[in-house]
Write a protein that binds this ligand. Structure first.
Ligand SMILES: Nc1ncnc2c1ncn2[C@@H]1O[C@H](COP(=O)(O)OP(=O)(O)OP(=O)(O)O)[C@@H](O)[C@H]1O
Length: 605
């Protein structure tokens, strides 16, 4: 026997059962190749019914291999005579019913059976080996106790002592930790690993405790549901994803970073927790129970939660604010409510605190009349935007009122001008709040109300508004487009088209022109936001229905001027003329206008 022969080896092993009175064969395991080396703790894992017991029983020679072979110390198990095999291989099966009258020492002494001949009498040398074995498993103090009076953990240690007393070169154990508490489980696995190292034993142990297996095993044998056996160090099988593929379920998945199973948060969303010491795993675990999926790596989809622990409890910084909690369960309960809010959030957006939204809206209202949006109680004279946007009779009345105040009897002119005003109204607060506060305010047409006013932009009020943090700045333009154009202005154009025929080019030119006006107002009043406003404006003008409506030029830095491809019909009013961005302006006039605008801007600087 060479050094390489030592230990246990599976050669194309096929294991299973003959069933139906020997007429059929049930092959559970097919073509397994693996090595359990001396000095190593090999842990056999696999879901229920994959064949762990079948494999161990076949390795122990308790049932014949269907094909292939099990080799111990270079010799096929089936060719080793039973007494010789018992001196090479010890087996610890799940035994709870042990002879009632035996003491622990007598039970361990049974391990000397292969050496004592048929009398079973132990020599002094045998007795010394039994004492050594009991000592090795720290059970000397239990030696004279009846095995039936031992705890499950104590009894398992004595069974390991019995195996050691056989002085084998390999030990097989089938789920020895099954009935043990956490401490005893860890202690028993630690003991087996120590014995493997110190006595140069090949130890193969099966367990359902995957987390423990990953921590203590020198080598894992992973039985997958397809009857395949994958072997490697715990790190290899974790990194290859083999453990996750085999054990991940609907509710749980194996987290490669921490080596523990985490509950699937599913719809709570991903969270990245930063906290000191033990508090990070504690908070993560509490959160995963509440439906979150803690993500170890930096992840664009993950919510950031920074937790500090101090004498007063926990302080959690999230979403721009910090909340204090006396206990971890309080923090968890809060996270549950937050997860629910997040669940309703559109992709890429994080719900913002109502006070933060109100603060942003109030702040941006100071930019100009089109940016004003009152946050306050909505009294009876206020009507939801939904009415104006989707009830043709309400919109028609508003168009007529506009026609009256502009002194025109052309419904389409009044409709175009009213529409452009409304477009400017719905662009301004969201764009301003986004640029100034990083918050996308959603003008929910059921919550934003308007009321008739004889002059100026349509007065708007809401008793509170949903708002979002845009998590991915690259998606900001698309998100604003969706909120303002797709959800508000597209339905409004449909209603208008039902009342009066206006070319889509005119309507979307008005929307673009209103957007350019909003950008210009921001550049003028909040110059610090100017550059970002122009960039966002350009991005928006490249999206969906706004594409090809015109061009945003910047003849001088900080002077964004729009040239549209259509005309809004303003020139048809008795007092009207061509707007600065009108497609009807001839190039020479435009050049003069721009030169004047550049001079004015420079003069103002
Ligand atoms: N005596 C038997 N005759 C026929 N089939 C059997 C017999 N014992 C077990 N099996 C079958 O062999 C397969 C493997 O069973 P085995 O007990 O080896 O799996 P296991 O991985 O140890 O399961 P568990 O994790 O539930 O203990 C199962 O499908 C089982 O039904």
């Amino acid at each position: 026997m060479t050094m390489n022969d030592r230990g246990l080896r599976l050669d194309a092993l096929c294991a299973g059962y003959t069933v139906r009175r020997g007429r059929a064969v049930r092959r559970v395991l097919e073509g397994l190749d693996a090595v359990a080396a001396p000095g190593e703790l090999t842990v056999l894992i696999g879901p229920n019914g994959t064949g762990k017991s079948t494999l161990l029983r076949t390795m122990a020679g308790l049932q014949p291999a269907l094909d292939g072979r099990v080799v111990i110390d270079g010799v096929a198990v089936e060719t080793v005579p039973p007494p010789e095999l018992a001196r090479r291989l010890a087996v610890v099966l799940t035994e709870r019913d042990l002879p009632a009258l035996l003491t622990a020492r007598e039970l361990a002494g049974l391990g000397r059976h292969p050496y004592t001949g048929f009398t079973g009498r132990l020599s002094a040398a045998d007795a010394d080996i039994v004492s050594w074995a009991l000592d090795a498993v720290h059970a000397t103090h239990l030696a004279e106790r009846a095995v039936t009076e031992l705890s499950d953990g104590e009894r398992q240690r004595v069974l390991v002592a019995r195996a050691l007393a056989q002085e084998p070169s390999a030990i097989l154990l089938d789920e020895p930790t099954a009935f043990l508490d956490v401490t005893s489980r860890v202690a028993l696995m630690g003991l087996l690993r120590r014995l493997a190292r110190e006595k140069e034993l090949a130890v193969v142990v099966s367990t359902h405790d995957l987390e423990l297996a990953v921590r203590v095993a020198d080598r894992l044998w992973l039985l997958s549901t397809g009857g395949r056996l994958l072997t490697g160090t715990p790190e290899e099988l974790t990194a290859s994803g083999a453990i996750g593929t085999t054990f991940d379920g609907d509710e749980l998945s194996f987290d490669p970073a921490s080596g523990v199973f985490v509950l699937h948060g599913g719809d709570g969303g991903k969270v990245r927790v930063s906290a000191d010491d033990v508090h990070r795993p504690l908070v993560e675990r509490a959160l995963s129970r509440e439906g979150w999926t803690p993500g170890a790596a930096r992840d664009a989809d993950a919510v950031e939660l920074a937790v500090r622990h101090g004498p007063g409890g926990y302080a959690a910084a999230f979403d721009g604010g910090t909340t204090a909690f006396a206990t971890l369960p309080e923090l968890a309960a809060w996270s549950r409510a937050t997860a629910e809010r997040l669940r309703d959030a559109p992709p890429g957006l994080l719900p913002a605190d109502a006070a933060a939204v109100a603060g942003a809206v109030t702040d941006i209202s100071t930019v100009g009349a089109y940016f004003e949006l009152d946050i306050g109680p909505v009294e009876a004279e206020w009507r939801p935007l939904t009415d104006l946007f989707s009830d043709p009779s309400v919109l028609r009345a508003r168009i007529d009122a506009t026609a009256d105040s502009l002194g025109t009897d052309e419904t389409r002119v009044a409709a175009s001008i009213l529409f452009q005003g409304i477009a400017a109204r719905v662009w301004s607060p969201p764009l301003g709040a986004l640029l100034a506060h990083g918050l996308l305010v959603e003008l929910d047409p059921d919550r934003v109300h308007w009321r008739a006013a004889s002059r100026g932009p349509l007065p708007l009020r809401a008793d509170g508004l949903p708002g979002w943090h845009v998590r991915d700045p690259a998606r900001a333009a698309a998100t604003v487009y969706d909120t303002v154009v797709a959800r508000l202005l597209e339905p409004l154009t449909d209603t208008i088209q039902g009342i009066v025929k206006l070319a889509p080019g005119l309507l979307w030119g008005n929307v673009a022109s209103a957007l350019a006006g909003t950008v210009r107002a921001l550049v003028r009043v909040r110059p610090e936001l100017g550059e970002a406003a122009v960039t966002l404006g350009r991005e928006l003008l490249d999206l969906g229905l706004l594409r090809d409506t015109g061009q945003l030029a910047e003849p001088a830095p900080g002077l964004p001027l729009f040239v549209r491809r259509s005309c809004c019909l303003y020139y048809r009013l008795p007092s009207g003329g061509k707007c600065g961005d009108c497609a009807l302006i001839d190039p020479d006039t435009r050049r003069d206008q721009w030169a004047r605008a550049v001079r004015e801007t420079q003069g103002a600087q």
